[in-house]
Ligand binder design. Structure first.
Ligand code: NAP
Length: 282
């Protein structure tokens, strides 16, 4: 699997398997299937309520720990110095691991500076190989990078053909922060899997819409997280390393950008209140 080198030298597999919205009872099987299909990078979170089942899937995969890259995320209520210190060990225990490859602040709310200092300490102690953020607007990512010792390695944000995040990508690149795409398929919104433009491009290479999207992100050196519970789709989504998009394809895909979230704005005060109460199960 192709990797991307983060700003601290750690290599992250460019394609990861996401387990958001996979019910806990299905997660062990899904993770085990994904690892069998060739994925070596798993993305979970405290709020997904499936860290324990991710750990079981990893343990039963037979693949050695060092070959896997595991991400989890600190939920809003734990985003403070004490919150990270008190909740991190719980994540490790549920995952059955003694270190995490990548720990992210899941949402840009609560005491992100306190949380960051705790993450810096855990990183120095060797319990986390890389630390990063998620859903941070570019200005807040730059602010965090400027006023702390450790620069975030990654900002995990929504990126898909409808929300291409062109300006955010430039700002992150300028700070040496790697972009990681959540909802690369926009969770199927706007009939993305039937989209005419993406289907036509796919036909030229005998590839599906999902494969065109993953390839389009990988060619931008964006780390991609794809979620599916179906074995055939796991195999499909990873089978993207044998073709290339032309400049013309990329110009055509650029026309799909509407430049806004397919879900919600992280700057909407009502959404922040909902998220803080974890009413969305994110
Ligand atoms: P996504 O990957 O864009 O879309 C997943 C949906 O696409 C599922 O309904 C899946 O259905 C379907 N799908 C997958 N492959 C397909 C294929 N080849 N053909 C047709 N349908 C296909 O959405 P996501 O799960 O929201 O995002 C991916 C990962 O990013 C998450 O699992 C999570 O790890 C991460 N994430 C992070 C945040 C954050 O705030 N940091 C937010 C959202 C997601 P089936 O499962 O039925 O196949």
């Amino acid at each position: 699997m192709k990797t991307v080198q983060l700003n601290n030298g750690v290599e992250i597999p460019i394609l990861g398997f996401g387990v958001f919205q996979i019910p806990a009872e299905d997660t062990e099987q899904a993770v085990s299937d994904a690892i069998k299909a060739g994925y070596r990078h798993i993305d979970t979170a405290q709020s997904y309520m499936n860290e324990m089942e991710v750990g079981l899937g990893i343990k039963n995969s037979g693949v050695v720990r060092e070959e896997l890259f595991v991400t989890t995320k600190i939920w809003i209520e734990n985003v403070s110095y004490d919150g990270v210190m008190n909740s991190f060990q719980g994540s490790l225990d549920r995952l059955g691991l003694d270190y995490i490859d990548l720990l992210l602040i899941h949402q840009p709310y609560n005491d992100v500076y306190g949380a960051w200092r705790a993450m810096e300490e855990l990183h120095k102690e060797g319990k986390i190989r890389a630390i990063g953020i998620s859903n941070f607007a570019a200005d807040r990512a730059v602010d965090l990078a400027l006023f702390n010792e450790v620069i975030p390695t990654i900002n995990q944000i929504e990126i898909n053909p409808f929300n291409q995040q062109t300006e955010a990508l430039e700002a992150l690149k300028a700070e040496g922060i790697c972009a990681e795409a959540w909802a690369p398929f926009a969770e199927g919104k706007n009939n993305i899997f039937q989209n005419d433009i993406l289907s036509e491009i796919g036909k030229k290479y005998n590839k599906s819409v999902a494969q065109v999207i993953v390839r389009w992100l990988v060619e931008q050196e964006i780390v991609v997280l794809a979620k599916t519970t179906k074995r055939e789709r796991m195999a499909e989504n990873i089978d993207i390393f044998d073709f290339s998009l032309t400049d013309e394809d990329k110009v055509t895909i650029a026309t799909l950008n509407v430049g806004e979230s397919q879900f919600f704005s992280h700057a909407d005060p009502n959404m922040i209140k909902m998220l803080a109460q974890n009413k969305l199960g994110l």
